[in-house]
Unconditional design. Structure first.
Length: 738
């Protein structure tokens, strides 16, 4: 109930979620985001259609091609040794928007064969379009998907499709292939899932995107990275008001995302497995963690450094490349561990200049600046990075997910956000890995794709160490996440104090007019001037109460309660908060120093009704000078104690005519006390039938049901009466007895 109105506030119990429910919610978020990401990928491909097309195509040999059997659907042997070999199908009328791709199954590919898929459409019947790609030689069956969705000329209706093979040159023997089947991939969810499965999870599959096409198929690594980032953001938003549960939910989200990325990488047959470079990368990670341990270890400093050197030695023996990448980060971490590291300019200077190597490598590899002779030539590492991402799809998602979690992790305002030395080491580790990939003479010494993956292990380890300080701290309440500053009114100049007071007046006036947005803007200015000022905390409490944000209101009330002398305005706001939270004892405690208003007096009467009974509430309201102000409430309170004479006097003060339905309801309630309920049962039920909008009628029917022994029905009627007519709040006393 507000101080200026009647509306009673019933306590809303908020049961905190347990860890299991929080974890299940987090896992559900990951599942929903994954599904949404899958639907978004299908939408990019244009595969959210319910229709279907005839997927089978029967090619007819045209030039240097022949059927291997008597059936028209038999495999076709293409022999490009004497020139281009072509087969085609005519007389089609296929809507292009209903087809995602064309898939071709081949065997016995000999020589350096190059195939071309061409088509004619009604968009330009005289100008054929084509997509060209190469096939690897081999006798094993292989499937090739030509992605047509996104091609600028895959439009309108397709009338003819042709498949041609020709020699790519450099082959001494015969050139050709055996095509065992060709079919269309429909633009529906089933066709999209088949295409995505082939692109992401099949090692024998080849999805070809023509150069002219817009690539609408996201790489698996990018798709997983988007899922990681969005899942973490959504989880943090769901639990934004409960920091402790947010930390639990984010941890569960991280576990679910790790399982998802590992499963996707394994299904894609791209798990690097155990190899010598991977072992070197793990040894480098162990060495870095021993140099800067994430938590106290039961080892002496000498033992820790001995183990770190041993791990570094193993890394050097297994892969000098990985050891070279981890060398500079290890030096950075060593410097950060020195007792005088905080006084050395190397850490902040390194943090400012750490991006320079990345920018230099990018500029040189793209030919924007000339490289020194020692580094010339540098190659563009983009293709190598793409191989790393495709070889371990979880790495980009892991890094992006860690950064997103760090940004949204609930920690107190004064918590250390970063380990600066580890942050600089992480950036230099990325720069060193990129340098290895960008220098061809160095990159060629890497054996196998697992070496490229292991090069980034030191960067991930240093990134985790950089983010660790914030992860160690969890805020238990929103009060801990507020920016803590000691600036109060005493720290302000005369001009700043006047500005603060003007913003406080603006908060009061805008709230009185119901302009909540303007009040928020004024409060924001007050928090910039003096966050810990008395006036700022009071304004924050008032705005939170107007906004219905009891969590923020509790935080502001806690800060106000620390002040020695509470003003009348402070007590008014604190009394309003205590009343909304049904803190009856707190209301009674604050009432003597609060303003003498009808709202405060009514709140005090409600608190005394719950604490000391109807007599105390009657004394509180009866002391008000204007006997008409609380006449209805006093009538209800007198009815609670069956004081009919006092009830009649209060009803006279209300000015209610006894011929009105509300007056008849009160007559019936008084009559039940004097004559019993049976003579008035029919009249009360009739009033309830014809006047359901009057709260006093439902109160009368509730009393009738209570006398008839129907306690559950009486309870429902009393609650309905209070919702319709706030002046009937004394009925809460009857609800307590039920």
């Amino acid at each position: 109930m507000t101080r200026s109105g009647y509306a009673p506030q019933f306590r809303r119990f908020e049961v905190p979620m347990n860890n299991r429910a929080t974890a299940m919610t987090a896992v559900g978020v990951v599942a929903v985001v994954t599904l949404c990401a899958l639907i978004a990928q299908m939408a990019l491909l244009g595969a959210l259609r319910a229709g279907n097309v005839d997927t089978a195509l029967t090619l007819v040999p045209a030039v240097n091609a022949q059927l291997t059997g008597s059936n028209a659907s038999s495999p076709i042997k293409f022999d490009a040794s004497r020139g281009a070999a072509v087969a085609q199908v005519r007389g089609l009328n296929i809507p292009a928007r209903e087809v995602l791709a064309v898939t071709m199954a081949t065997e016995d590919v000999s020589g350096n064969a190059k195939f071309q898929l061409g088509w004619l459409s009604t968009q330009n019947i005289n100008r054929p379009a084509a997509a060209t790609a190469s096939l690897a030689a081999g006798v094993d069956p292989q499937s090739s998907f030509v992605l047509l969705s996104g091609h600028p000329r895959w439009r309108e209706n397709v009338t003819q499709i042709a498949l041609g093979f020709e020699s790519a040159g450099g082959s001494d023997g015969p050139t050709g292939a055996l095509v065992t089947g060709i079919e269309l991939v429909p633009a529906n969810p089933a066709g999209a899932m088949r295409l995505l499965s082939m692109a992401w999870f099949k090692t024998d599959g080849s999805v070809i995107t023509p150069n002219e096409s817009a690539n609408r198929l996201l790489p698996l690594a990018l798709w997983l990275a988007l899922i990681c980032a969005v899942s973490i953001v959504v989880t943090a938003l769901i639990f934004r008001r409960v920091p402790a549960e947010r930390a639990t939910a984010l941890t569960s989200t991280a576990v679910a995302l790790a399982a998802l990325t590992v499963a996707a990488t394994v299904l894609a047959n791209r798990w690097p497995g155990w190899s010598v470079p991977i072992g070197a990368g793990i040894a480098a990670v162990i060495a870095l963690l021993l140099i800067n341990p994430p938590k106290p270890m039961p080892l002496t400093l000498t033992q820790r450094w001995a183990l770190a050197l041993a791990a570094a030695g193993v890394c050097v023996l297994l892969s000098p490349l990985v050891a070279a990448v981890a060398l500079v980060p290890a030096m950075m971490l060593c410097v950060a561990q020195l007792p005088t590291a905080s006084k050395l300019p190397v850490i902040p200077a390194g943090a400012a200049l750490a991006a320079a190597p990345l920018l230099f490598i990018a500029a040189v590899s793209q030919g924007l600046i000339a490289a020194p002779a020692l580094l010339n030539p540098l190659a563009d590492p983009t293709r190598a990075l793409a191989n790393v991402a495709s070889g371990a799809g979880g790495l980009p998602g892991l890094a992006l997910g860690m950064l997103a979690m760090h940004q949204l992790w609930p920690a107190p305002a004064q918590t250390q956000r970063w380990s600066s030395g580890a942050a600089v080491a992480a950036i230099w580790a990325v720069a060193a890995a990129l340098f290895v990939l960008a220098v061809p003479k160095i990159a060629i010494t890497a054996r196998g794709g697992s070496t490229y993956i292991a090069l980034f292990f030191p960067a991930l380890a240093c990134l985790g160490l950089a983010l660790l300080p914030k992860f160690r701290e969890i805020a238990q309440s929103l009060a801990e996440t507020q920016v803590v500053e000691a600036k109060t009114e005493a720290d302000l100049s005369v001009q700043a104090l006047a500005l603060l007071e003007s913003h406080a007046d603006r908060v009061r006036t805008t709230l009185s007019r119901g302009e909540l947005g303007a009040a928020h803007a004024a409060l924001k200015q007050m928090q910039r001037i003096a966050p810990a000022a008395h006036a700022t905390q009071l304004a924050r409490l008032r705005v939170a109460l107007a906004d219905g944000d009891l969590t923020t209101a509790n935080s502001a009330a806690t800060q106000l309660a620390l002040l020695s002398d509470l003003t009348t305005a402070d007590r008014d706001a604190l009394l309003d908060l205590a009343h909304r939270q049904n803190q009856q004892a707190r209301v009674i405690e604050l009432a003597p120093g609060a303003s003498i208003t009808e709202g405060n007096r009514r709140a005090l009467a409600m608190a005394e009704l719950h604490t000391n009974g109807p007599a105390a509430a009657i004394n509180t309201l009866s002391s008000w000078a204007n006997e008409h102000s609380f006449a209805r409430e006093l009538a209800e309170l007198h009815l609670l104690v069956d004081d009919m004479a006092a009830t009649q006097k209060s009803l006279v003060n209300t000015g209610i005519a006894l011929t009105e339905p509300i007056g008849q309801a009160y007559i019936a309630r008084l009559g039940m006390r004097a004559q019993g309920h049976e003579p008035h049962a029919q009249g009360i039920n009739s009033l309830a039938t014809w006047h359901p909008q009057i709260g006093a009628v439902h109160a009368a029917q509730g009393e009738l049901m209570l006398r008839q022994g129907n306690a559950s029905g009486a309870r429902a009627r009393f609650i309905l009466a209070m919702k319709i007519d706030p002046a009937l709040w004394p009925l809460q006393h009857r609800l307590q007895s039920l």
